[in-house]
Structure formats: C-alpha cells, structure tokens
Ligand binder design. Structure first.
Ligand SMILES: [Zn+2]
Length: 249
C-alpha cells in the first residue's frame, strides 16, 4: 500500500477527515473545559467570600464603636452637668455676702466632691477613647481592605469576561472549520463518526495509525492484525484491535 499504487488524488483515506473532525472536537471540549475551569473563577469565589467576611467584621466593629461612643457621649453630657453645677457653686461661694460660713463650708465640700466626680468621669472618657482608637484604626484598615477586594473582584470579573469572549471567538473559528470539513464529505461518513463518538463515551472514537501504533490508545497493532489491516482498502472501515477506535491509515 504505497502512493505509487494509489491513483493520484486518492492517496489520503476518506476517513482522514473524521480524524480531523475529531481533532476539532477535542479542541472544542478543551475550550469549554478551559472556560469552565478558569483559575479566575476560583479567585472570584475567594474574593466574594473575603468581601463578605470583611463586611461582616466591619458591621461588628461599627456596632462596638457606636456602643463605646454612645457611652462616651453620655459621660460627656454628665461632665457638662457637673461643670455647670461647679460654676453655679463657685458663683455662690464668691458671692460671700449671700452665704453664711456654714453654707460656705458646705459649698466648698460640694465643690471638692464635684471636682472629684468630674475627674472620675473624665478618666472613664479617656479610657473609652483609648478603647475606641484601635477599633477606629481597624475600621479604617478594613475599609481599605474592602476597597481593595472590590477592585480585585472587578478586575477578576473583567478577566473572566475577556477569557470567555476570546474562547467564544476561538470556538466560532473551530466550528467554522468543522462545518467546512463536515460539508466536504458524504453525510453517511459523518453519521458513522457521530455513531462512533456516542459509542466511545468520551474516549477517542478515531485513531490514526502512526507507524505501528494507534494514536487513540498508543498501543501497537498486534502483528497478527497488521497484515490483514494493511491489505484492506484505506477507505474501508476497520477498528483498532486494541481499543476499538476507527483506524485511519
Ligand atoms: Zn487503539
């Protein structure tokens, strides 16, 4: 079976086109697989989870800060009351002709008590401010993280959209080439391919004979079958004795 004995133009097997169609079908499933398993999809899932966690922590911090600030305001209001009371007190104290010595003594004692109270409350306010400060810093950092995550989210979405669009172009090219191949051979040959492909259940339906090896299973054709196969017309349908693929030779 050499080209010298084959009529010109008939040197390639009609079955060769089925191997080429299969090559294109493999490319189509590779494109689909690539799009389905884009690493960016995992990245997007991760960043969405990160954004949710950051938002949750943000709400917790907001609640903590709000509660502390509410306490701080309540204490500040109390300081204002104590200050008002103290200034009223000193006015009465210095308005000496209105006060008896006993009254002055009572006012002085009250002034001292009010001052102690004010110092106490101001200490509490300072403590509250010290508690709020690191929380506010964390809140700022968290807001930056949220912004960064949102940016990564958008970038990743853009990259996915680009990959999907490139893949769609590539798929259309492959489908175009496939349609040309399909149109170039008789329908019964395509029917044969479709039938074999269904029967192959995801395995290769067509194998090329490369040397002594079937390209579908990468096994050598047993010596006992080689002579029989080599005597057959190349357009005749024959299966790989190892894997059952349609053998193109
Ligand atoms: Zn095989």
């Amino acid at each position: 079976m050499t080209d010298a004995t084959t009529p010109l133009g008939a040197s390639a097997s009609r079955l060769e086109v089925l191997a080429s169609i299969q090559d294109l079908d493999i490319r189509l499933s590779q494109i689909a697989h690539r799009i389905e398993h884009l690493p960016e999809r995992q990245m997007l899932d991760d960043v969405v989870r990160e954004m949710a966690a950051v938002a949750r922590r943000g709400r917790e911090l907001d609640a903590e800060i709000t509660a502390l600030e509410r306490k701080q305001r309540a204490h500040e209001d109390e300081v204002a009351l104590v200050e008002a009371r103290r200034s009223h007190n000193s006015e009465r104290l210095y308005d000496s002709h209105l006060t008896s010595p006993k009254e002055a003594e009572a006012l002085t004692a009250e002034a001292a008590a009010l001052e102690r109270r004010q110092i106490q409350i101001e200490d509490v306010i300072l403590e509250l401010m010290e508690q709020i400060e690191p929380l506010s810093e964390s809140r700022t950092e968290l807001a930056e993280r949220a912004e960064d995550a949102a940016r990564r989210h958008d970038d990743t979405e853009t990259r996915i959209a680009q990959a999907v669009s490139h893949a769609a172009e590539e798929r259309d090219e492959v489908l175009g080439a496939r349609a040309e191949l399909v149109a170039s051979v008789p329908a019964e040959l395509i029917a044969l391919y479709d039938e074999r492909r269904i029967a192959a259940r995801g395995e290769l339906a067509v194998g090329r004979l490369v040397g002594l090896t079937c390209s579908a299973c990468h096994l050598e054709i047993p010596a006992v079958d080689r002579d029989r196969i080599s005597r057959l017309d190349r357009d005749e349908v024959v299966d790989c004795p190892q894997c059952g693929a349609l053998l193109v030779r």
